[in-house]
Design a protein around this ligand. Sequence first.
Ligand code: GRG
Length: 310
Amino acid sequence: MNEARRGTVPPRSDIITAFDFSAYLAERRDLVDGALDRLLPDEDRDPPSVHRAMRYSVMAGGKRLRPILVIAGAEAVGGRAETVMPTACALELIHTYSLIHDDLPAMDDDDYRRGRLTNHKVFGQAIAILAGDALLTLAFELIAGSPSDPRVICEVVGAVAEAAGTRGMVGGQVVDIESEGKTVSGQTLEYIHRHKTAALIRVSLCSGASLAGATPAQTEAIRTAGEDLGLAFQIVDDILDVEGSLAELGKTAGSDERKKKVTYPALYGLEVSRAKARELIEHAHAALAPLGLPAEPIRALASFIVERKS
Ligand code: GRG
């Protein structure tokens, strides 16, 4: 039996010194997938149609970026994945609800997501809308039941609601839809990206840190990094929509141009967009410097965000 198994040294995943990012990502993804499977209602629970639809989209995979950011935010300030797992899953449920609703004919009208037919194509629009609604409400039930200080849970509920609502994701989506086919300023584009995408990414990191007892200085550093990561993520998403393929992305590429969406490459070109994403990631790395080695997973996630192909 090796030392880790005998319990004389911490498990490999707790040692941040020789950091193996692929192993980190794979381990955390497995933990999140297992927790999502346990926390989602069974398919045969009444009424089965909506529970099947919820599981169909959540268990279709995806990078699990937001829940891993919740975990990384906690670990960066000395917390553990188990404590923040319900909130990690909650962020994935909110993200999945937004994808289901975004794919509806009334919004982006997409046929493929996460490599399979979109939710409404399989279950019909009414059930897809309700599955999204149910994922959003289940998310808050999960956060409320977290094994943490009730005052911190209340703060996290408020912060996640703000990031998901009209002051965050929904607000960004509204301006995005209303900007389609129009010439918009760089300022409006940044508003859309910071609200539609960055808000949820930032609150993922911050929620993990808060639940793990971050100090105000740690919270501030993580919030700055989260905002940078979130904007960089959406800029890279815009770039991949120009350069990627259905096989790589699991969704139809080129859809932004077809839908006359306002994007970074459309406004600034690919090279400037790539440079902006890299600059944001460097800024995030600088903000995280005072947190030292425990923030290494967040730094690696930041780099992964700009280098990803899907
Ligand atoms: C419907 C309220 C509402 C909001 C929709 C998030 C969003 C707003 C729409 C999704 C469409 C889109 C392209 C959003 C921007 C970037 C984004 C969130 C991409 C998908 O996230 P990934 O790449 O997806 O993390 P996976 O499948 O890996 O989880």
